[in-house]
Every structure is written in C-alpha cells, then in structure tokens.
Design a protein around this ligand. Structure first.
Ligand SMILES: Nc1ncnc2c1ncn2[C@@H]1O[C@H](COP(=O)(O)OP(=O)(O)OP(=O)(O)O)[C@@H](O)[C@H]1O
Ligand SMILES: [Mg+2]
Length: 291
C-alpha cells in the first residue's frame, strides 16, 4: 500500500515534511471541488463560449460572506490567465477581466478599476467623461470576452443614483464590448440588482448556499481531509459525530469549515495524534468560535 494512501498527491509530499512546514501549508487556501461550485464553473465556461449576439449573457453569483464566491472566481481565472503582455500598447491581453466594485460605487471609480486591472494609466482626479473615453478605447482594444465584478454589494454604500448608474454601466459595457458580465456579491447585491427589472432580467441569479448535512457536505469534508497533511486517516466524513459537530459549529459556512478543519489539523500535528478525532475536534470547537 502506498504511504499516506488517504491523501491526495500534493498532501502526500507535504505529509513527510516537518511540523512547522506542515502547519504553514495549512494556512494556504487549497481548492476543493464540490458539486455546486462545479455547476457555477460550468455556467461561467458556457458564458465565456457564448458567441457574439445582441444581448450578451449576465449572471449574479450570490451567497453569504465567506461562502466561497471569490474562490470560484479565482479557480476560473486560473483556467483563463492573461494571454500576454502586449509590449506595443503596454496592456495585458485578457479573455476574462476581474475587478471589484469600488467601496464608493461611482462610475468613474469603476472605470478606474477596469483600467488598473489592465495595467492602463488611471488618474483618480480625472473627470468622468475623460476616464470613460480612455476606458472604452482601451477595453475595445483588449476586447475581453468576460468582465467579472466582485463585491457588488458595495453598491449599497452609494446613493440610489450611484447604484443605478453603476448597474447601468455594467449593462452598457456588456452591450458596447459584446462581453459577458458576471457580478458577485451577498444578498445585498441581489437586493440592489432586483430593484431594477431590466437589470434583474440581464443578471439571472445563481446561489452558493450554506451547506446542509447531506451527501455533498460529506463529499466536501472527504475532499478537505485528503489535502490535510496528516499522517493518519481521520475519516471525518464517515463519522456522524464529527460531521454534525462541524455543521453546528460553523453554521454551514465554507470559510468557517475550512478554518475549523485547519485548526483541528494543526492541533493533530502539535499533539502528535496525526489525525482528527471527535475529542480533538470538540476541544478545538470549545476553544473559540467558528461562526
Ligand atoms: N472550493 C473551496 N475549497 C476550499 N476552501 C474553500 C472553497 N471555497 C471557499 N473556501 C474557504 O472559504 C474561505 C472564504 O471563501 P471566499 O473568500 O471565496 O468567500 P466569499 O464568498 O468570496 O466571501 P465574501 O463575500 O466575504 O467576499 C476561503 O478563504 C477558503 O478558506
Ligand atoms: Mg469574496
């Protein structure tokens, strides 16, 4: 039997390293595949492949804070990295351009984010008309097939007028550049986008929900365990006690689950137990809050 057969290939290598290196490894985010995220990624791929048409596709990927929205986008971006750096224009050539909605949601700042993401010059003091002209000229040259805007709930920090203007800008960009637009945010983003029927119809919603105690959740936990560099199998997903304890301590929020399991793995390394047991898990849950 191969050594550490309970682990994925990467974790097998890490599992042989010293305690400090293994603990440092736990602090890094590692992508774990799960059905809902896979569906989201498939939807993004489908949108990216959409041929040019009058009405380009849009999507609002929403879910609670810490649920895993940005992780899905990071995974998608790894599959679609910038193509090249054009030395003539000094611009990045990208198929997928990802930015964040500014915390003060004004059109000028949103254009600024797009320009900065392309390594293009942007002077925050410039007037809207000038920034818009520069941004559209550059964006037409780069011709991204998809623009992703994260943190769309930041819209709610703006006035009603700013909210409408920023949302209309997304629609305008989609029409002008013939590119797909993906918005990401919490329920507040959903609320902001649903106030306008035209926007709502351009951005069908796709939710990343909290975990429920079901087969998908056990699959996610099993995937998580495979990349924790512990030398013994914990068999978390097969233990009803551990699955329920994780669910009730984290309220089914992916980020909390990840934090809890990483803390538990660290405790397993430090205590030389080398696996997560129900007792060890309870002691980690008792030591601090994960919700
Ligand atoms: N697919 C995944 N595999 C492993 N860990 C994940 C995954 N998705 C989420 N996580 C964990 O959850 C944490 C939060 O994820 P992420 O930052 O994507 O949340 P979010 O929904 O974008 O939150 P916010 O709305 O606050 O920006 C990550 O740092 C990671 O630890
Ligand atoms: Mg995020």
């Amino acid at each position: 039997m191969p050594v550490h057969a309970h682990l994925c290939a990467e974790a097998r290598v890490i599992a042989d390293l010293g305690d400090a290196q293994r603990i440092a490894h736990l602090a890094e985010d590692h992508w774990i595949d799960y059905p809902r995220a896979r569906q989201a990624l498939q939807e993004l791929e489908r949108m990216l492949d959409c041929p040019e048409r009058t009405r380009m596709p849009g999507l609002l990927l929403h879910g609670e804070s810490n649920i895993g929205k940005s992780m899905v986008i990071r995974k998608f971006l790894r599959a679609h990295p910038p193509r090249e750096f054009n030395t003539d224009t000094g611009l990045l050539q990208v198929d997928v351009l990802a930015v964040e909605m500014p915390s003060a949601p004004q059109e000028r700042r949103l254009y600024g984010q797009l320009l900065m993401a392309l390594n293009a010059p942007y002077r925050p003091g410039d007037r809207l008309a000038a920034v818009e002209f520069t941004a559209l000229t550059i964006l037409r040259k780069v011709a991204p097939r998809m623009i992703i805007v994260d943190e769309v709930h930041n819209l709610l920090a703006g006035t009603a007028h700013e909210q409408r203007a920023s949302l209309n800008l997304l629609k305008f960009l989609s029409n002008q550049l013939k590119c797909a637009i993906v918005a990401l945010g919490t329920r507040d983003a959903l609320a902001a986008m649903q106030t306008d029927a035209q926007i709502a119809s351009r951005f069908p919603s796709f939710e990343l929900p909290r975990w429920q105690e079901n087969e998908d959740f056990r699959g996610f936990l099993a995937g998580f365990e495979r990349q924790l560099p512990l030398r013994q199998a914990s068999r978390i997903s097969g233990s009803r006690a551990m699955v329920s304890a994780i669910m009730s301590a984290t309220s089914g929020i992916t980020g909390h689950i990840s934090e809890l399991l990483c803390r538990a793995a660290e405790a397993a390394i430090r205590s030389k137990k080398e696996c997560i047991t129900p007792e060890l898990l309870q002691s980690v849950i008792g030591a601090r809050s994960f919700a």
